[in-house]
Design a protein around this ligand. Structure first.
Ligand code: ATP
Length: 229
């Protein structure tokens, strides 16, 4: 039997993956990840990860320290390129990185105006609503460098949500939050899910698991997904 040249087989499987990706996107997937691999040098972190996040779902990503959760999220939002695999996103993305990327010499208000321009928002109405909800309204004139750790994290989250994106990718978004804000964060995440947004949250806290519709557990580079509802 004649063997097909390897390149031709690779091209065919790439086209197949693309067609499958388009079909998935039409099925209202906000994020569709297929067979994603990523290594840093010799450290193979992701080994063929699949993830499908449909509209209107709250998905948790869990795993031990160093399991590759942040790597997966950075690939999901396009900040990092996978070595192999397909990532399809639809709609605007809101990304809350694990470590806040802020300009310490800018005030909270200046950050909002900067992001208003970047997102091309006609008003800051939604940002002001979120400021009230996260209790940061009083910090408007404070420079980011003077904020407490928890308040920096609130600003980090606010900047990810203020343009009302369809897909929210949140990497441990509530680090340093007090209990009230922690609770308000979860009711906000549930409201956004109920409004049809797709929300992905990296979590380390066991008692958060019950809040998710689905959980993906990263272990040894593989993601085991489980529906919880
Ligand atoms: N830029 C990088 N260069 C080299 N190695 C990296 C880089 N970023 C992450 N790693 C390594 O990849 C592995 C996965 O890191 P990652 O931050 O994705 O894990 P994580 O599950 O988010 O961890 P944590 O729960 O501690 O936040 C770790 O071993 C980490 O040291």
């Amino acid at each position: 039997m004649q063997r097909r040249p390897q390149r031709q087989t690779e091209r065919q499987s790439h086209r197949q993956a693309e067609r499958q990706a388009e079909r998935q996107a039409q099925r209202q997937s906000r994020l569709w990840i297929s067979d994603v691999w990523k290594a840093y040098g010799r450290r193979q972190v992701l080994r063929g990860v699949d993830l499908d996040v449909p509209a209107g779902t709250l998905t948790g990503i869990v795993g031990e320290n160093g399991a590759g959760k942040s790597t997966l999220l950075r690939i999901a939002v396009g900040e990092l390129t996978p070595d192999q695999g397909t990532v399809v996103r639809t709609g605007a993305v809101g990304y809350c990185p694990q470590h806040a990327v802020l300009n310490d010499s800018f005030t909270v208000g200046q950050h909002l105006r900067l992001f208003q321009v970047a997102y091309r928002l006609p008003t800051l109405d939604r940002a002001h609503e979120l400021m009230d909800l996260l209790a940061v309204t009083d910090c408007r004139r404070q420079r980011a460098g003077e904020l407490s750790g928890g308040t920096r994290q609130k600003l980090n989250l606010l900047l990810a949500l203020m343009h009302d994106p369809k897909l929210l990718v949140l990497d441990e978004p509530y680090q340093g939050f007090d209990w009230d804000t922690h609770q308000r964060f979860w009711s906000l995440a549930a409201d956004l899910r109920d409004q049809g947004r797709s929300v992905i949250v990296v979590s380390h806290l066991l008692h958060d698991l019950a809040r998710f519709d689905a959980v993906g557990r990263l272990h040894e580079g593989r993601l085991d997904s489980e529906e919880l509802t």
